[in-house]
Design a protein around this ligand. Structure first.
Ligand SMILES: C[S@@+](CC[C@H](N)C(=O)[O-])C[C@H]1O[C@@H](n2cnc3c(N)ncnc32)[C@H](O)[C@@H]1O
Length: 427
């Protein structure tokens, strides 16, 4: 019987490659100390799935026919442990993968012998196996949609030929960033240059769970922090956070504009509850409304000096944190781009004269970001670009200016998640 850690990894791989579903954020909660092994193994299988499959293929009796998902999962897990997890013994890597192959739900019993034979052979020289896998083209690990996301990330920066470097960066396990909310910077965290309040873990420091539980700080990627470091000195008394849960950006808005009345919208009831809980724990005031933002804005009758629309999106910019992203089906992209436009149109109507609209998505795909800009400006000539970010946060051509209205951090010069956004002011 495979250990719970390996069973969890196998379930997650079946979810991604069988169902096209995401790995849930809390997939490894019950694993205790074994969570480290499970995270490392799942990350390796997802990040090197293409190469692992390509290594197996020529060794099959009928390579073109392929093998069932249960066999592919068992082999990928066994090979990944043999090649890249030296702390796992040959015995554990091989036998548990063979047990997995024999599992009725997660494996494919008729291929138990095949899995056993291939892994035993591979275990005879683990460094040779690693070298063979590494020698296969890294492009095998990219799906067409991942390829498109990388090209979109690099396009505004005139950086042809850097696709492999970007892919290599995104294959590194992600490092969390934090935002200081109150008190002193705790031991083990260091400041990120140029972004006041942004912290990251010092080399070898433990994850600062007690500090987070005491609301001394929150996890927040540096791209979100840079986005919310917009330069704006006009009075802000009414703020709308149109897509607010779990509340990271609502928190920053509340701290940045302490006197303002904040309305925070969220359509999903569970996420709205989480948003309320976040704000309560941090002692922050905001009116949380559980509603579809577009519908609510149609009837609310209010206007706002600052609207943040951190819209639902494909999340292509988070593929370092979510290595399953390249393998998801992304069939809902047209629905998402339609929703983004519906939300933008509704938000634009509710911007007070002189007010600022910030639109952002954690995605590089142009159809989720900059492509909305021309459409919106045409429909709303009273909106004009607001240069609220330092030019370095924009594209290559922005660097001749001092500031930019387009937020597109360089994916190689900037360690944060992939983000794009724009800022518009109502005349
Ligand atoms: C990118 S997340 C927001 C993250 C949040 N701003 C933060 O920094 O913590 C987008 C959120 O919008 C919510 N959402 C999706 N469609 C919505 C709609 N039509 N109206 C309001 N919220 C929506 C999603 O449930 C999700 O919580």
């Amino acid at each position: 019987m495979p250990t719970p850690a390996r069973l969890h990894v196998a379930h997650a791989l079946h979810e991604v490659f069988g169902e096209g579903g995401r790995v849930p954020d809390i997939w490894d909660r019950e694993l205790g100390e074994d969570a480290h092994l499970a995270q490392a193994l799942l990350g390796l299988c997802l990040r090197r799935w293409g190469r692992l499959q390509a290594w197996v293929k020529p060794k099959l009796k009928d390579p073109d026919r392929g093998v069932p998902l249960g066999t592919r999962v068992s082999l990928a897990m066994g090979l990944a442990q043999l090649a890249w997890l030296p702390g796992v013994s040959d015995h554990a890597a091989v036998n548990e993968a063979v047990d997995l192959a024999a599992d009725r739900d997660l494996g494919f019993l008729p291929h138990k012998g095949l899995v056993n034979a291939l892994l035993r052979r591979a275990a005879k020289d683990r460094s040779a196996l690693a070298a063979e896998l590494e020698a296969l083209p890294a492009a095998l690990d990219r799906s067409p949609v991942a390829e498109r996301a990388l090209q979109a990330a690099l396009a505004p920066h005139q950086t042809e030929g850097e696709l492999e470097a970007l892919w290599a960066r995104l294959q590194q396990p992600p490092r969390p960033d934090f935002r200081l909310l109150k008190g002193e910077v705790p031991e083990g965290l260091v400041s990120v240059a140029g972004l006041p309040g942004c912290l990251c873990l010092a080399e070898g420091a433990p994850f600062p769970r007690p500090w987070l539980e005491a609301s001394g700080g929150m996890v927040q990627d540096r791209s979100s922090q840079a986005l919310l470091a917009y330069a704006w000195d006009r009075p802000v008394t009414r703020i709308l956070d149109a897509c607010a849960a779990p509340g990271g950006k609502t928190t920053t808005l509340a701290l940045r504009h302490p006197g303002a009345k904040i309305t925070a919208l969220e359509v999903h009831p569970k996420r709205a509850a989480r948003l309320r809980q976040t704000l309560e724990q941090r002692g922050l005031q905001a009116q949380v409304v559980e509603a579809d933002a577009a519908q609510w804005l149609e009837v609310c009758g209010a206007t706002f000096d600052l609207i943040l629309l951190d819209a639902p999106c494909s999340g292509s910019g988070t593929l370092q944190k979510h290595p399953e992203w390249p393998w998801l089906k992304h069939e809902d992209l047209p629905r998402l781009t339609g929703l983004q436009r519906r939300l933008l149109a509704a938000a634009a109507q509710r911007l007070a004269p002189g007010g600022l609209l910030i639109y952002a998505v954690c995605s590089w795909l142009p159809e989720e970001g900059v492509s909305h800009l021309g459409w919106l400006e045409e429909a709303h000539p009273e909106l004009r670009p607001a240069q609220v970010w330092p030019a370095a946060m924009g594209a290559a051509r922005d660097t001749e200016r001092e500031a930019t209205a387009l937020f597109r951090p360089h994916p190689l010069a900037w360690e944060g998640e992939g983000f794009q956004g724009f800022a518009l002011q109502r005349s």
